[in-house]
Design a protein around this ligand. Structure first.
Ligand SMILES: C[S@@+](CC[C@H](N)C(=O)[O-])C[C@H]1O[C@@H](n2cnc3c(N)ncnc32)[C@H](O)[C@@H]1O
Length: 219
């Protein structure tokens, strides 16, 4: 399979206390995650198979399992997150299959999923074109993939507003992470669409908000 030049950062998954800290912080995003899950669930049919790539603590996959009823699978490269997500699903009383694996080498046969979602993770992938092609491969014909991520030209003010209730210290750490790490990894609309054009999807639709984008892809 062809690939674009790999991205320079190491792309390690988040393990140990970093994963635990992230799980605690992103528990605050519950309302936004529930809203995203509702929008996705509206597009699914009974029995639809859903894959979340890089679910981290699993909050979105768990909400989807509550709403969609079909089979939901999550695949993450961090073993800590696979454990945290499985525990979160157990506590929520829903059945989600959280597995360990690499987005660039999905351990699934062709044409398995009706819907794939990947939130706040794509910019971290070191083999983005291979990953898009893997998403295409495991989607059913007429299936949809949704990539939600930070846009490179995000509004710093919108980020400040988003995190304003986290406490001074935590908000400062988060904003520093955006400036020093996330911004350099993030895609602009143009770079993202350039990648899509090279992929098996060929085309897609991108919707921007002040902080991020949603990329909608159809097979
Ligand atoms: C910032 S977290 C996002 C977690 C979650 N999607 C959310 O919305 O909060 C990035 C996630 O990407 C995962 N990840 C990074 N590289 C990966 C890869 N190559 N394959 C699968 N997961 C990966 C990390 O382990 C982590 O769970």
């Amino acid at each position: 399979m062809t690939d674009a030049p790999a991205k320079p950062h190491k792309g390690r998954g988040m393990e140990g206390f970093v994963a635990t800290w992230y799980a605690r912080q992103t528990a605050h995003d519950r309302e936004e995650v529930q809203q995203t899950a509702r929008r996705i669930a509206d597009l699914l049919n009974p029995g639809s198979r859903v894959l979340e790539i890089a679910p981290g603590p699993g909050y979105l996959a768990i909400e989807l399992a509550k709403l969609a009823g079909g089979r939901v699978t999550g695949l993450d490269i961090s073993r800590t997150f696979v454990q945290i997500a499985a525990e979160n699903a157990r506590r929520a009383g829903v059945d989600v299959d959280f597995e360990h694996g690499d987005a660039a080498d999905l351990p699934f046969p062709d044409g398995q999923f009706d819907f794939i979602v990947c939130r706040a993770a794509f910019k971290n992938f070191t083999r983005p074109l291979v990953t898009l092609n893997e998403m295409h491969r495991v989607l059913k014909d007429n299936g949809t993939a949704l990539v939600i991520d930070l846009r490179k030209d995000y509004s710093p003010r919108a980020v400040s507003d988003y995190f304003k209730n986290r406490g001074f210290f935590t908000a400062a750490i988060i904003k520093l992470t955006f400036r020093t790490m996330l911004k350099s990894r993030a895609y602009s609309k143009e770079s993202m669409m350039g990648l899509v054009a090279q992929s098996q999807f060929g085309q897609g639709e991108i919707r921007l908000d002040p902080i991020g984008f949603e990329l909608w892809l159809r097979k």
